[in-house]
Design a binder for this molecule. Structure first.
Ligand SMILES: [Fe+2]
Length: 300
């Protein structure tokens, strides 16, 4: 969606059913049914060609995500710099600050068996339930809107991501009961208690689950981890939250699952995702680079 379209009509306007239905039909028709539909081979992620860039954007426009597969990374290449270059090419420039990220703002995700990071799930072998990144962030303009997750080396076993376009979840909920949508857009729908994740120092933050940015794009804040969220006592909110949990448990042909291979990475407009449990081999540890941005992928 672009700015001019947002001024005219919006599929996210509950009073505009024709616009919603036309958008819904196209979204469902274009939605990938298998992760191979998401994969774009690129020669060098730090220097995308015009055709590679267009192929990635085409997928992100369809379903808010794409997976690149590098044919070969140059020996000794700085992986984090390559992630940053790829992000920049996609309009992802403003990195989200995170106290456990390295100085460059990119977080290396590997198993930590001791130290500060070992206290947080991303640095363990444990599964991470359905969520969007940065769901705890409600400061306007600081929402996480774009993410890059680059795989340097996968786990010995497991560690796949389940993936669902948040706009597909919106469709499932609105089809079931449009009142769910109105409820989930309330500014007090859910409250994230203080200090729930990765050493961030902050106060409890209430906010909506679904919200629109100034250009009219749909964003979502969500976590299925019960201890990381306090849902409003309102019965409508409780019903909508239960519907989300049920829908994300599936089955749904539009929930995809993919295990990132070396040189592969996910680029996305912060879609819903999980991380499945895994077994790490300390002799060949799992390493992913995670970058979270306040920007949405440009042109999508
Ligand atoms: Fe995540």
């Amino acid at each position: 969606m672009n700015d001019s379209a947002a001024c005219l009509s919006s599929p996210f306007d509950l009073s505009d059913q024709p616009t919603y239905l036309a958008w819904r039909e196209r979204k469902l028709a274009e939605a990938p049914r298998q992760t191979t539909d998401l994969v774009v081979e690129v020669e060098d992620m730090a220097h995308l060609t015009g055709a590679e860039h267009a192929a990635l954007l085409q997928r992100v426009r369809r379903c808010n995500m794409a997976i690149y597969q590098e044919r070969r990374a140059a020996a000794g290449r700085d992986g984090k710099a390559a992630v940053q270059a790829l992000g920049r090419a996609l309009g992802l420039e403003r990195l989200d600050a995170n106290v456990l990220a390295d100085e460059d703002g990119i977080t290396p995700l590997a198993v930590h068996r001791e130290g500060n990071r070992a206290r947080y799930i991303p640095y363990t072998e444990r599964p991470i339930a359905w969520h969007t990144d940065g769901y705890y962030n409600t400061t306007p303009g600081r929402a996480v809107r774009g993410i890059v997750l680059h795989c340097v080396s996968p786990a010995a076993a497991g560690g796949a991501n389940r993936l669902m376009d948040h706009e597909i979840l919106y469709i499932r909920l609105r089809d079931e009961n449009p009142a769910h949508i109105a409820t989930l857009m309330r500014s007090d729908a859910m409250t994230i208690p203080g200090n729930a994740e990765e050493g961030l120092e902050r106060a409890a933050t209430p906010g909506p689950v679904f919200f629109l940015d100034p250009a009219g794009n749909l964003s979502m804040r969500y976590t299925a981890r019960a201890r990381n969220v306090e849902w409003s006592e309102d019965p409508g909110v409780r019903a909508a939250a239960a519907a989300i949990r049920r829908l994300l448990n599936g089955p749904d042909e539009l929930i995809l699952e993919h295990r990132l291979q070396p040189g592969q990475g996910l680029v996305a407009n912060n879609v819903l995702h999980t991380r499945e449990p895994f077994t790490d081999d300390p002799a060949s540890p799992r390493l992913l680079y995670r970058a979270r941005f306040h920007d949405r992928i440009a042109g999508t």
